[in-house]
Design a protein around this ligand. Structure first.
Ligand code: AKG
Length: 149
């Protein structure tokens, strides 16, 4: 595992506050880059990427390999997820509500580099970062057998 994220509820989450939704089992599917999904632009389009991922999740759900689930955690509850788990906020039904949280993404030592869809170009198993604080373009290999290439 190259990354894990911890999502901490800072207050009780009401189901009408757009709780976190995720696709159970999606972390076992191959990683999909913006290049894979034809959303690389220019400019790269996150709405395109999100829409294509949504289509893929709906197809996978139809085949029974994933299913959507939402959580309404209590203050102090922690959700820990593996890399590649498809997740995001669901629709907010009551805009007067909040669902404050604190999220930390942990990256582990080794050859792992930070692949982010909007900022990474993926060719086969090799990705290049489009951005770096130091100005260079770090390259790395996706160390993930699920990539399947
Ligand atoms: O809280 C959310 O709605 C999503 C958070 C998230 O996707 C993340 O931090 O990776």
């Amino acid at each position: 595992m190259l990354m894990a994220a911890a999502w901490v509820a800072l207050e009780d989450v009401d189901p009408a506050a757009g709780p976190l939704t995720y696709f159970v089992g999606s972390h076992k599917l191959p990683f999909r880059s913006m290049q894979d999904l034809g959303c690389d632009g220019p400019p790269p389009s996150y709405p395109c990427y999100e829409g294509r991922i949504r289509e893929e999740m709906e197809a996978a759900a139809g085949q029974g390999s994933v299913f959507p689930q939402s959580m309404a955690p209590k203050r102090g509850d922690v959700i820990i997820w593996a890399p590649n788990l498809v997740h995001g906020g669901s629709s907010v039904e009551d805009a007067s509500l909040t669902r404050r949280s604190q999220v930390t993404h942990y990256f582990f030592e080794g050859d792992a580099l930070y692949v982010r869809p909007m900022f990474s170009t993926v060719t086969g198993d090799v990705y290049t970062s489009r951005w770096s604080a130091k100005g260079e373009a770090p390259r790395g290999v996706i160390l993930d057998a699920r990539r399947g290439t």
